[in-house]
Design a protein around this ligand. Structure first.
Ligand code: BTN
Length: 352
């Protein structure tokens, strides 16, 4: 497991390089600013390059940073992040087994609310129901956020729906062309998934799959550590297929999974995406803690396009079939069975 640390002199040098976009920053000027030898400056530049920054060095002119090709790392995510607590403290890894596992470990050791783990690649990315989450390097978002809500453990599944709304809203912004958020927040009138041709059909599949043009682009795995009547922490793990290409998907996923780039045709900055995701997550989480589940239920329902359709829910030990009628006040899926019974589904895998 390799963690990328940020060192403040390097951060400062980077700040200066970012301001000097059209010309070089001389080694001499940097030496003077930091009171360091030219060799020491060169070592910092080397470390900056090792962090993935494309720094051009010219013996005569000095150093210049290529701003078109900034790396995906903690430093970039933190700069200009507009949140007040989510992602304010980030652990970034080049490679990790699962960001959820790392976040759980760190949360058990006291990581604060909003602490986020981000990885460029996961070796054992986990999906729901014990599945694997394909996590290749260099293209997608894999992040897990620690939350410490003061709610009863029984309400924790609602956090999955809170997160699903935040993820869906983020994806809407990055579709090509984007769906305006004002429309998304208008309680589904007209429903965002009706906007095909304007960047794609966006929908949610209960409880936490986000689909574009009926193929999965993102999933959420929420895990909890609790006592009978109090939550110690919740880890919300989000995986988004951002720039993954068709060839990168396993053959069996080709018809059921996609990426934002595949649907929109445009490369998306993972830094921009994750910053927007953290902000949306923070906004919806705060709204949920303050205003309860109802606003979340409404927003989630505006993306739900299975209402009125006959669906089959595969649970551990049984299959339930019925017409999906929506979400109840607790976030459970409501199904009207053939015999007229209303089933409330707390977990399972839903298919039309
Ligand atoms: C699903 O749809 O089955 C949930 C997928 C969740 C994947 C994310 S990627 C980041 C975090 N770390 C994991 O191991 N899983 C979640």
């Amino acid at each position: 497991m390799m963690k990328t640390n940020t060192i403040s002199t390097e951060q400062k040098i980077l700040g200066l390089l970012k301001k000097k976009t059209f010309s070089y920053l001389s080694g001499q000027a940097l030496s003077k600013t930091f009171g360091l030898s030219r060799t020491a400056i060169w070592k910092h530049i080397k470390a900056i390059k090792e962090m993935g920054y494309a720094v051009e060095a010219s013996p005569a002119k000095g150093y210049r940073l290529n701003l078109q090709n900034l790396p995906f790392n903690a430093l970039e995510i933190s700069s200009n992040l507009k949140t007040s607590f989510i992602g304010k403290d980030i652990s970034f890894y080049k490679e990790v087994d699962s960001t959820n596992e790392t976040a759980r470990e760190l949360a058990s050791k006291g990581a604060a609310e909003g602490f986020a783990v981000v990885a460029d690649c996961q070796k054992k990315g986990k999906g729901r129901l014990g599945r694997r989450w394909e996590s290749p390097a260099g293209v997608n978002i894999y992040t897990s956020v620690v939350l410490r809500p003061n709610i009863m453990p029984v309400f924790a599944p609602q956090l999955t729906l809170v997160s699903a709304v935040a993820v869906a809203e983020t994806i809407a912004r990055f579709l090509n062309p984007p769906l305006p958020v004002a429309m998304l927040r208008s309680n589904g009138s007209p429903a965002p998934f009706d906007k095909g041709g304007q960047g794609g059909f966006l929908s949610v599949k209960w409880p936490n799959d986000i689909l574009v043009n009926s193929k999965k682009v993102a999933g959420i795995l929420t895990e909890m550590n609790s006592e009978m009547d109090r939550i110690n922490f919740v880890v919300v793990g989000v995986g988004v297929n951002v720039n993954m290409t068709k060839e990168m998907f396993l053959e069996e996923l080709e018809f059921i999974a996609t990426s934002l780039k595949q649907e929109g045709g445009k490369e998306i900055s993972r830094t921009d995406f994750i910053q927007t995701l953290y902000l949306n997550l923070e906004t919806w989480y705060a709204q949920y803690l303050k205003g309860g589940f109802e606003p979340v239920r409404k927003a989630w329902t505006s993306y739900f396009n299975m209402a009125g359709k006959t669906v089959r829910v595969q649970q551990m030990d049984r299959v339930i079939e019925g017409v999906a009628t929506g979400l109840d006040n607790d976030g459970m899926l409501l199904l009207r069975e053939k015999n007229g019974n209303i089933a409330r589904i707390i977990s399972g895998d839903v298919a039309i």
